[in-house]
Design a protein around this ligand. Structure first.
Ligand code: DC
Length: 236
């Protein structure tokens, strides 16, 4: 292992495919930093909404994206790994998960000026390697040289079922049909935008999580990482 460059793992896929849970566990297994790029698009949406900036004001949104200072902190909470998210020093971990922020984030992420500003920050975060980064365009645009590229997918129904249970577990009132409709609308927007639409990189391994448990998906991805890099997981 010594003398070898720190590896990078790019994990892309649609909303609700399990990217966050899985990327965090893969990062821990190989001693990598975990980077959630969706949290950055959500952060721009949150700052914009608070400032009363319209979701189509590209100049103002691009400025917010380039001026924002993001930081992350992984903590163990109640037996699971939580990624605390800070913007300009303020913790926004929960605020960026509100449904209206999900929808605004999807809209602002279609703007090229916003993408350019955040992609530049993400490339910097990944420059030294040693990172498991999740998003939509990590393997294709942000870290095209990543040693391992995974495209995680699942049917819209399976993803809606998981998101619905997550919302209920968080004590939010949620209706399955509404969650499914929101996921389908976001998929459509994310896949059809002109700049960096969601799509599997040519050299990414496709992992369908529909009928697999989290442990099975993580174990499968750990095998792919080992096969591509010779690294073995530090933890099971
Ligand atoms: O993964 P997420 O749901 O937290 O992402 C929030 C939004 O940001 C989602 O609509 C897709 C978008 N996004 C993106 O366009 N590119 C990324 N690398 C990450 C997220």
């Amino acid at each position: 292992m010594s003398g070898k460059k720190n590896i990078s793992v790019a994990i892309d896929g649609p909303a609700g495919a399990g990217k966050s849970t899985i990327a965090k566990l893969v990062a821990r297994a190989f001693g990598l930093e975990y980077a959630d790029t969706g949290a950055m698009y959500r952060g721009v949406a949150l700052v914009a909404r608070r400032a009363g900036v319209a979701a189509d004001d590209e100049a103002a949104l691009s400025r917010i994206a380039s001026e924002a200072v993001f930081s992350f902190e992984a903590v163990e909470r109640g037996g699971s790994l939580v990624n605390r998210v800070f913007i300009n020093g303020e913790e926004v971990t929960d605020a960026i998960r509100e449904p209206e922020i999900s929808s605004t984030a999807s809209t602002v992420s279609a703007l090229s000026g916003v993408r350019a500003a955040l992609v530049a920050k993400q490339k910097q975060m990944g420059a030294a390697g040693g990172v498991a980064m999740e998003g939509r365009d990590i393997g294709s645009v942000v870290l095209p040289d990543a040693e391992v590229k995974i495209f995680l997918t699942a049917s819209p129904e399976a993803r809606a079922r998981r998101r619905h249970l997550e919302l209920l577990a968080a004590g939010k009132s949620a209706d399955y049909d509404t969650v499914l409709k929101e996921i389908s609308e976001r998929d459509q927007r994310d896949a059809t935008r002109a700049d960096s639409p969601l799509k599997q990189a040519d050299d990414a391994a496709l992992v369908d999580t529909d009928n697999l448990s989290i442990e099975q998906v993580v174990s499968h991805i750990c095998d792919i990482v080992t096969e591509k890099t010779g690294r073995r997981p530090l933890t099971a």
